[in-house]
Write a protein that binds this ligand. Sequence first.
Ligand code: HXC
Length: 535
Amino acid sequence: MQGFWELLYTPLVIAEKHQYPMKNPIEQLEAKRQEAMLGGGQKRIDAQHAKGKLSARERIHFLLDEGSFEEIGMLVTHRAQDFDMQKQVFLGDGVVTGYGTVNGRLVYVFSQDFTVFGGSLSETHAEKIVKIMDLALKNGAPLIGLNDSGGARIQEGVVSLGGYADIFVRNVKASGVIPQLSAIMGPCAGGAVYSPAITDFILMVEQSSYMFVTGPNVVKTVTHEEVTSEELGGAHTHASKSGVTHFACANEIECINHLKQLLSYMPQNCEEDAPVYAYEAGGNELRPDLANIIPANPQQPYDMREVIEGTVDEGSFLEVHKEFAESIIVGFARIGGRSIGLIANQPAHLAGVLDINSSRKGARFVRFCDAFNIPLLVLVDVPGFLPGTDQEWHGIITNGAKLLYAFSEATVPKVTVITRKAYGGAYDVMSSKHIGADMNYAWPAAEIAVMGAKGAAEIIFKSEIAAAENPEAKLQEKVDDYTEKFANPYRAAARGFIDEVIRPEETRHKLIRAFKMLENKVETMPRKKHGNIPL
Ligand code: HXC
């Protein structure tokens, strides 16, 4: 394992823990600083490395621009007296907090130090995090939490629980005001999971992090299930099954790089716009490859990622929640240098159907983008909502309504492109003109109808087909008839529900112009305390 770390980076030089009292005040300060740098000591740092984990300070080192970190509260110590705790005092008390820059932009950061009481949260550890959160909120800059903690400091009892609550309530106050990102780089259990859960994005590291409300031992006692920590709450579990985490990263460096990339699409706070990247305007924006993606047979799948890659600025797409609810794709990208949030049905997975999880996933992402002034691009190829008892009994009505609600309340620029199917209620929901999209495009192969032609013909011409000499031929005749009348974009275009039917290869060009045209959009909702999204 040592070799792995040496290959990956040059280890930070960490001073030896100071052993002797100093008289000179400057020497005394330096000795204290050096002691704080050691956290729980070199042995525990080595143990951390042996587990394939970075130390709290190393994580900050890789996250922030070189030399930009300013630490706050390095000399804080706990106040506990029980269990001989006064004999075990570590400067900083298990969390490194401060501010610095990522690609030149201010961020506030806390990084829990597992080498001090397992990174557990004491009263003073919580106070340090709270101080950073308050500064982040007052100064309007993102908050990044690097979590690696055994949970509440067991020796402190309720003051530790109170410390968590102080953090939770600030997470909520900051929600929608500044971006909050949580990287889980070790254990995260019990009520401690709820701070990350309130933040905007969670990233986990495979094999070395986990999140659960109750661990495998309690699970075994209560439900008699035998499960490992990794199965119960590891990165892959939460990325694919629960959707709790947005990214499952192969290692900590990948996790930190994802944090940086995520930040690049976001403004500093809800009053600002995301940074605009250099973009050469006026080039040839036609993308001929887009014309070859939709299969001739409307029942055949295709990968919507190809449409996305062919539309957005090259290499700019960062998919979020990739392994979860795969019938919808969400992520950030840039078009003409400007950040956008992308929500796209994925015909390659369950035909792009909307179900409970894909609706939840889409809705949460839309709300993040709307809160932080990130325009929305919606790519539609949706056959409808998923039928069945499982979906109905688990609340597809309430959950589908979340996506409808989120698109309807979003006031950022919204541009929709229907690439193929837009059927039934899902047509309305997927950012249709009717619920407030600013520009609605359709490709010529689009089918905008109550349902697919075959299903429609079977219902409305049921008796005619049954009575026909050749029912199959009759059905086909009716399907063709319905297709010609309704399974196209032209009825919607005639009504103005589609602003323009465009050739696929023109899509990027049209979108660059549309988003530019919409960049000063102002739309407000009626004054209210807050809406009541169907949670
Ligand atoms: C105080 C703790 C601690 C804790 C770990 N340590 N967790 N100290 N409070 N919560 C200390 C250990 O004593 C040890 O100290 C060092 O951290 C490393 O712990 P190990 O057990 O040696 O490490 P490891 O084997 O990697 O196991 C890590 C662990 C385990 C899985 C996190 O330590 C553990 O299960 N801890 C308890 C977790 C827990 O039940 N927390 C409370 C959850 S309830 P030394 O001196 O040996 O280095 C909760 C409520 C929050 O958090 C509610 C919010 C509303």
